[in-house]
Design a protein around this ligand. Structure first.
Ligand code: PEP
Ligand code: MN
Length: 339
């Protein structure tokens, strides 16, 4: 941390800050300029009490961190792209995987039909929510355990690994019995009890970015999982809140490019929730491939107009197939093979 003092701070007040820095467990090194004095505080910021508290002292102008808060998930810690195995599927720097399926598990027929079709079109994992976080308490909130049973059956039939959301630490064990990768949704992206429970599980975790999280907060959320001993994490950009209302959210491909630099974890993109409109999924999926993401999550429903959630953004099977065909040359250009 660097502590910047106000111009012309008297010596006695400088020493007051020096004393406080020492009490926090850092070694202070004074840099005296003509007007400004700066204190470089040597010590591991991850172990010590935060020095940001010092901003309450009137002679302190700013406290600036020099180290990133996340470590295990950072590229500094692990240079090469990490690969994550999800059942029989390996996500790595050469592959390109598409996770597809309905927003919500609604019926056995709906899921099985979708699973067969997305597999035939090249998807390598099946998604579907059994536990659904909904903005309104009156909306369909998933079939719960019955939904898990249906997903299990879909896996038995198609062999596709299952990706499904868990909303509460208490459900991690039950969801993990069926899920090959547990999803933490945008609304729970900073639910630390849930992140810790996912970190203690032995399942890969698909971590959506919080809709109001900065990239740093997103990577720190991943660090919470990794710090509990589970490094099998895939990040997913799914759109953030901005002033724009033409689309449901704003798909932050900047954030994907930043995340690819800052972390060794695979980064996926979910254009379905990002734009919220079926007609914009393919162009955004193409852009996501071009920006260098490692895979996509796409919502597909056999009959979106009857969907119990997110009908407007779910692709019909035919459109999903067309999207996959449209993506192949882009993936090849990026040196990746789909599937
Ligand atoms: C989902 O993928 O089903 C979902 C609810 O996504 P998000 O958490 O990104 O809104
Ligand atoms: Mn959805």
């Amino acid at each position: 941390m660097i502590v910047v003092l106000r111009p012309r701070t008297p010596e006695e007040q400088i020493q007051e800050v020096v004393g406080a820095v020492k009490r926090f467990g850092y070694e202070p090194r004074l840099i005296r300029g003509v007007e400004l004095t700066v204190i470089a505080c040597v010590g591991d910021e991850r172990r010590h009490h935060t020095l940001e508290t010092l901003t309450v002292m009137p002679q302190v102008e700013r406290v600036m961190p020099v180290q990133k808060r996340f470590k295990l998930v950072s590229r500094e810690f692990h240079k090469a792209d990490s690969s994550v195995r999800v059942d029989g599927v390996t996500v790595d720097a050469h592959s390109f995987h598409v996770i597809a399926g309905p927003c919500s598990v609604e019926s056995e027929r709906q899921v099985l039909e979708t699973a067969r079709m997305v597999k035939a079109a090249g998807a390598t994992m099946l998604r579907g929510g059994a536990f659904k976080p909904r903005t309104s308490p009156y909306d369909f909130s998933g079939l719960g355990k019955e939904g898990l049973r249906i997903l299990k059956k879909a896996k038995q039939e198609t062999g596709l690994p299952i990706v499904t959301e868990v909303m509460s630490p208490d459900d991690v064990a039950a969801v993990s019995e069926v899920a090959d990768m547990i999803q933490i949704g945008t609304r729970n992206a900073q639910n630390y009890a849930l992140l810790h429970a996912a970190g203690r599980s032995h399942k890969p975790v698909f971590l959506k970015r919080g809709m109001a999280s900065t990239v740093e907060e997103w990577l720190n959320a991943a660090e919470h999982i990794a710090a509990e001993g589970n490094a099998r994490i895939i990040l997913c950009e799914r759109g953030i809140r901005t002033f724009e209302t033409a689309t449901r959210f704003t798909l932050d491909l900047n954030g994907v490019a930043v995340a690819k630099k800052e972390t060794h974890l695979p980064v996926f993109v979910d254009p379905s929730h990002g734009v919220g409109r079926a007609d914009l999924i393919t162009p955004l999926a193409r852009a996501a491939v071009a920006v260098g993401c490692d895979g996509l999550m796409i919502e597909v429903h056999p009959d979106p107009k009857r969907a119990l959630s997110d009908g407007a953004q779910q692709l019909v099977p035919g459109s999903f197939e067309e999207m996959m065909a449209a993506l192949r040359p882009f993936a090849e250009l990026m040196g990746r093979r789909i599937g």
